[in-house]
Ligand binder design. Structure first.
Ligand code: SF4
Ligand code: SF4
Length: 122
């Protein structure tokens, strides 16, 4: 059976945190906004291409701002000032997506999300 694709309207985030383990670069406005909110040291070099800078820092594979809650859900420590990519995810265009969870559809995320995909830990 083909799975129904999800749209912005029908989407309900389960706060699983899978998408907060992807490698991406915040844009300049994101960086200014996050710094203005009092956060520092949240960027790192690409883990495999050390000459490429400006990626959101991952700690043990998770975004440095990811909080793991006791009920198994995850939340964002900088939710109000989070990067645009986090706000847009998983809808980077008007197209519906099959699933938002990177572990379920790595190929689609790879195309939509970034040139360099950090494969999350299972
Ligand atoms: S992977 Fe999907 S369900 Fe999980 S936190 Fe991200 S958007 Fe929400
Ligand atoms: S900034 Fe927040 S929403 Fe974005 S990847 Fe990190 S924890 Fe997730």
């Amino acid at each position: 059976m083909t799975k129904k694709r999800i749209t912005k309207k029908s989407f309900e985030c389960e706060n699983c945190g899978q998408c907060c383990r992807l490698l991406f670069r915040p844009n300049k406005s994101d960086i200014i906004r996050i710094e203005s909110a009092g956060h520092a040291d949240f960027l790192m070099n690409h883990p495999f291409r050390k000459d490429q800078e400006g990626y959101m820092k991952l700690i043990s594979g998770d975004c440095a701002f990811l909080v793991k809650n006791t009920d198994g859900t995850s939340s964002c420590r900088i939710y109000d000032v989070r990067p645009k990519a986090c706000r847009d995810y998983p809808f980077f265009s008007k197209k519906a997506v099959e699933d938002c969870k990177p572990l379920h559809h790595l190929e689609e995320v790879k195309v939509r999300y970034a040139k360099n995909l950090y494969i999350p830990k299972v």
